[in-house]
Write a protein that binds this ligand. Structure first.
Ligand SMILES: *Cc1c(COP(=O)(O)O)cnc(C)c1O
Length: 349
């Protein structure tokens, strides 16, 4: 039912990818005079005068060990945003194909589609922030290439029911992308161990959230070797720079420290939720599987402006489907959370 070759754009099927100096010669040599680098060095360390490994094998091996997955099933992008964008470029014919999103959700699926002139169809989530499978199915036609599912979802903070995701995976013959940017904060397990069962599955994760490395720009896609080959065919040759590769490798040695941070953030998330719920103008604090809370208030604009006046920035999501009155608040440090609650205790509607 799933046919990767058929799903691809014709131009990508026929594409002869760029072959870099590092692709043409992979072995060890005494002298490298094949890439027009500066042989004398650089103002920084000597290391940076050389092009980085275009396939980031060291990072993928370390990451593969942490995630329990083979390096051949990993693609690394300049943030998840690149992992998202490349799927449009490889699979979606501008002005002809379409994709489906489940709003309210992460904005980049739609922006990236518009950049590529790809139609976006919207199956708005149900009132409990779960998939509307009936609507979703009605939106699919022969030009539907991708269904985007964000779980835990941004901005609603909940996880999408696993059985519902499995229904989509089993019945849709295009790509199903599950964006797990917040999976480390969730009670539920990742879909990356299910890749063998679903040839149409792409799982996205990122170093930007739980790993605390938003500044590095390192996103990951996990998928079948066939899909990873396509990613590699269309990506810019050196999309992950040397500094990012080195720093990511270092960070991946510190899984223990990251797990401690995750534990601390989850604990503080619970405390923050309780404190927010006690405020008179807070109507609902939605359950969260992420490192943020979606909070329904009596007047999101007014609370937002009040906080901003006190130097505290949160995200106003009140204009988004199903999120009237809602603010999205990231779990901060203990001090930041206390400052937020202190400020809100003196808010008067
Ligand atoms: C933050 C976030 C990302 C991360 O994007 P990067 O480009 O990797 O920083 C991806 N997806 C969702 C839903 C997010 O909220």
């Amino acid at each position: 039912m799933f046919d990767l070759e058929r799903l691809l754009r014709d131009n990508i099927r026929q594409l002869v990818p760029y072959s870099s100096a590092r692709d043409d010669f992979k072995g060890d040599a005494r002298v490298f005079l094949d890439a027009n680098e500066n042989s004398l060095g650089s103002p920084l360390t000597r290391w940076y005068n050389r092009y980085p490994d275009p396939h980031q094998w060291k990072v993928k091996e370390a990451l593969g060990k942490v995630k329990g997955i083979k390096p051949e099933h990993i693609f690394l992008g300049n943030g998840s945003d690149e992992c998202i964008d490349l799927l449009y470029r490889a699979f979606c014919v501008p002005g002809k194909d379409n994709v489906i999103i489940n709003p309210p959700t992460y904005g980049m699926y739609e922006v990236s589609a518009h950049i590529s002139d790809v139609e976006v169809r919207r199956a708005v989530l149900l009132d409990d922030f779960q998939l509307d499978l009936v609507h979703l199915e009605r939106l699919v036609d022969e030009h539907t290439k991708i269904i985007w599912i964000c779980s835990p979802n941004n901005p609603t903070a909940n996880s999408i029911n696993r059985q519902d995701i499995e229904v989509v995976l089993n019945n849709f013959s295009g790509l199903v992308v599950i964006d797990e940017a917040y999976i480390n904060f969730s009670r539920y397990r990742s879909f990356i161990q299910e890749l063998a069962d679903y040839p149409n599955l792409v799982v996205l994760q990122t170093m930007s959230k739980a790993w605390g490395l938003a500044g590095l720009r390192l996103g990951m896609a996990f998928a079948s070797e066939g899909i990873i080959d396509i990613y590699n065919k269309v990506k810019p040759p050196y999309n992950i720079n040397q500094a990012t590769q080195e720093l990511a490798l270092k960070a991946l040695e510190e899984v223990g420290q990251v797990n401690e941070m995750i534990k601390a953030l989850v604990t503080m998330r619970g405390e923050l939720a309780r404190d927010l719920a006690s405020l008179p103008f807070v109507l609902t604090v939605y359950p969260s599987d992420a490192n943020f809370l979606l909070v329904k208030t009596t007047d999101a604009h007014s609370v937002y402006d009040y906080l901003l006046g006190d130097g505290i920035v949160v995200r106003d999501r009140s204009k988004v489907e199903l999120c009237a009155g809602c603010l999205r608040i990231t779990v901060g440090t203990a001090k930041e959370n206390a400052d937020l609650i202190d400020a809100l205790r003196t808010y008067r509607a």
